[in-house]
Design a protein around this ligand. Structure first.
Ligand code: NAD
Length: 727
């Protein structure tokens, strides 16, 4: 019998065995090799004990000695699984599942006392228990988020949720979106049976369950069990089935997300067979995912890159962390109002300043609306909402900014106005206050010329809507000091957002790169391609927003203004301006047809009562060449490649300094499709690797223009067998 090293067997004198999950070599428990051996040893010991004396054991309680219950699969191992070691991974998964199943079917009650996060594999251990009690600890999350990493829960997660709540609920509430529930919402949605306020209460409830259910069984192991809501074998259920693929499509938009498809297949096929066969089906669909490229991309981005970015790989070393106490937000418009809310939500005092008290109050009104909605939906309490609102002081008086240790400016996009508002307040706020601008395009170095302390001046580029968008792009100007960079980083983390760091350049990283996506979509319309096809290509590539609708949202006049300013700057510096095939389409839309985008009431789309309606039929009249089509793959890759190639140029130019920042920034900031793992991982994972990507870029360049020619850095890396990585 092997020994258990990661699970302690603690038996009390009443015969209740607490299985304490406690991996001595890691800060969190994971389904690694040691766990596989430990859980097998525990199953052996449990079986032997019950065989020797039927009454020796009264029941089992899984709980953990760590802060979290159990973290799930070991992603360091999973990202390395290829076709060559797929069988090994399959066997390891099967071994763990078999051990859990042996304990589950021993005829003794099994309780999961979930003391902290139980995501993925952690919740699967809980599902292999007859009764689940969650401790209502702050930050506790429960669910099966595998889909967000391009995987499916193959530790019995699909098989058991389908049997627990029925196919529809399992798919929609748990599996397809990977929702992470707090303990109370987990209870409401049927993921756990009880919630406990303290650890003691949780364990008391566990013992009480064992006392009351000495011969407990899983519902699916009881005679006559049927899956709630039926299965496709049932005609009533079958009538609803066609709706699933439609829901799935809505959920994943693009065709490049294999995980939801495999989850659907595993759930439906698994519902029509016995439990053990369902586990095997689930494992087969998992193996297909884990050996594929998309899961690797998503694990790299959403786990490793995100962790690197948030943990401060880019924060200057050796500078003491600092917290902001009181922030001045200048400009209470759309962005300022959202920034004020996000800061107040994180416990920071906010002075929200605009030109008039009314305008400032209107900005605070945005927080009032968000708070009312959160209270109505039960996401926060009235007290918490009141406290949040009490932290926001709207004002038109510069003197109210006294004591602020950080300033975030969000007035109109105009250099001289921005200079003016900083001059007005820089001697009122704390003498070393951090000075930030939320400009989306203006060079930080130029803006810094207008303040007395350029060393403390930095760009803090938020995205709209601020309360929802998780990313902030930090822009270091030429004279920005390391101290300011560290403080800006800490501020972004303080408000629970993800910071990427870039050097100053027109449009920085995000605004510049998203411009290529939009321009490419617009250029295709100009070439005479059916606009509906262009929109479809963007959606199927996995972009969250269709390209022409996004252009309308941003308004056509804005990129035109930026384009003209950039052209002037390039020409003044003695360079030549190449222009873009989209230029003439945008000019005609604005000048000839008077369609500047959504805010002007008309753009590529028609708008009815401010709501987007259909694509403007005039597009077909003025631009479309009937019968002119290009391959769908070319349409998609023109958008994806234009963004990827410019990202490489930004690395060459030193604007970007980190691959993880590029990947995370592209997904979280500008909607680069998540299945790619981000804009540089897209190049790494392209068919044929970097050489394959270079060859394809050359093909696109030959057909659609020199803007697709691969930059030198890319060609060099491809030729030397390298790839984009921070390691
Ligand atoms: P907005 O027009 O909604 O708000 C600007 C606000 O600034 C208005 O309320 C205006 O009254 C106020 N203001 C003007 N002069 C002022 C002064 N002297 N003192 C105090 N307040 C003054 O604009 P917005 O969309 O919130 O954009 C603000 C900034 O954020 C711009 O630099 C913009 O480029 C940038 N930005 C915008 C977005 C976006 O999606 N809208 C995204 C990122 C960054």
């Amino acid at each position: 019998m092997t020994e258990s090293t990661t699970i302690r067997w603690e038996q009390d004198d009443t015969g209740v065995v607490t299985l304490v999950l406690d991996d001595p070599n890691q800060s969190a428990n994971t389904m690694n090799q040691a766990f596989k051996e430990s859980i097998a040893a525990i199953a052996d010991r449990a079986e032997a004990a019950v065989q020797a004396d039927k009454d020796a054991i009264r029941g089992f309680i899984y709980t953990s000695a760590k802060k979290t219950f159990f973290a799930g699969g070991d992603l360091k191992d999973m990202i390395k699984v290829g076709p060559e070691n797929a069988q090994e991974a399959f066997d390891a998964g099967t071994a763990i599942k078999n051990s859990l199943r042996r304990i589950e079917t021993l005829g003794k009650p099994v309780v999961a006392a979930i003391n902290g996060a139980a995501l993925g594999g952690g919740y699967e251990i809980a599902l292999a228990s007859h009764h689940r009690i969650a401790l209502d600890a702050p930050g506790s999350k429960i669910g099966l988020p595998e889909v967000t990493l391009g995987l499916l829960p193959a530790g019995g997660g699909v098989t058991r949720t389908v049997r627990l709540m029925g196919i529809a609920d399992a798919l929609l509430k748990v599996l397809l979106q990977g929702t992470q529930y707090n303990p109370k919402r987990a209870l409401e949605n049927g993921l756990v049976h009880e919630v406990a306020a303290t650890r003691e209460e949780m364990l008391e409830k566990a013992h009480a369950f064992i006392d009351a259910n000495p011969e407990s069984q899983q519902p699916w192991d009881k005679p006559g069990y049927r899956i709630p809501g039926g299965t496709p074998a049932n005609p009533k259920f079958a009538a609803n089935l066609p709706a699933f693929p439609a829901n799935l499509k809505k959920q994943t938009a693009g065709a490049n997300y294999p995980a939801p498809r495999n989850i659907l297949a595993a759930a439906v096929e698994g519902s029509q067979v016995d439990f053990e066969t369902a586990l095997t089906i689930e494992a087969r669909y998992f193996t297909e995912l884990v050996t594929g490229q998309v899961a690797k991309n998503m694990i790299q981005a959403f786990f490793f890159d995100l962790q690197a970015v948030n943990s401060g790989a880019n924060r200057p070393k050796g500078i003491e962390p600092r917290q902001v106490r009181k922030v001045a937000v200048l400009g209470a418009g759309m962005m300022g109002a959202g920034i004020a809310y996000s800061c107040a939500r994180a416990g920071i005092e906010v002075v929200l300043k605009d030109v008039s008290a009314e305008a400032a109050q209107k900005g605070k009104g945005y927080s009032e609306k968000l708070c009312a909605k959160a209270v109505a939906k039960g996401r926060t309490s009235q007290d918490k909402a009141d406290a949040l609102l009490a932290r926001i002081t709207p004002t038109a008086d510069p003197q109210a900014l006294a004591g602020c240790d950080a300033v975030i400016e969000a007035v109109f996009e105009d250099t001289s106005l921005k200079h003016k508002v900083f001059q007005e307040i820089q001697d009122i706020v704390e003498p070393d206050a951090l000075l930030c601008s939320n400009t989306s395009t203006l060079p930080i170095t130029t803006l810094a010329e207008g303040v007395s302390r350029p060393v403390d001046f930095i760009g803090l580029h938020f995205f709209s809507p601020v309360d929802k968008m998780p990313l902030v792009e930090i822009i270091k100007g030429e004279r920005t000091g390391d101290e300011a960079l560290a403080r800006a980083f800490d501020l972004v983390r303080q408000i629970n957002k993800t910071p990427i760091v870039v050097n100053d350049s027109r449009g920085f990283f995000t605004s510049r790169v998203i411009g290529h996506f939009i321009n490419e979509g617009v250029a295709m319309v100009g070439e005479g391609i059916e606009p509906a096809s262009v929109e479809q290509a963007a959606a199927q590539a996995g972009y969250p927003a269709k390209v022409l609708s996004l252009m309308d949202e941003l308004t056509l006049t804005l990129p035109r203004k930026i384009r003209d300013e950039t052209r002037r700057a390039v020409e003044e510096a003695g360079g030549t301006w190449a222009g873009h095939p989209s230029d003439s389409v945008i000019d005609r839309m604005v000048d000839e047809f008077g369609r500047p985008g959504r805010s002007g009431g008309a753009g590529f789309y028609e708008y009815v009562d401010g709501k987007r309606d259909r694509l403007w039929p005039g597009l077909r009249e003025h631009f479309t060449k009937p019968g002119h089509e290009i391959p769908f793959k070319d349409m998609q890759e023109r958008m994806l490649f234009s963004e990827a190639l410019d990202t490489v140029r930004l690395l060459e130019e030193g604007v970007l300094t980190s691959v993880a920042d590029a990947n995370i920034g592209s997904i979280l900031g500008i909607g680069f499709p998540g299945w790619t793992g981000g804009v540089l991982q897209y190049i790494n994972g392209y068919e044929g690797g970097l050489p394959g990507f270079v060859a394809r870029a050359r093909e696109l360049a030959a057909t659609y223009g020199e803007r697709f020619a691969p930059p030198a850095l890319l060609v060099e890396k491809a030729e030397s067998g390298g790839k984009f990585s921070d390691a």
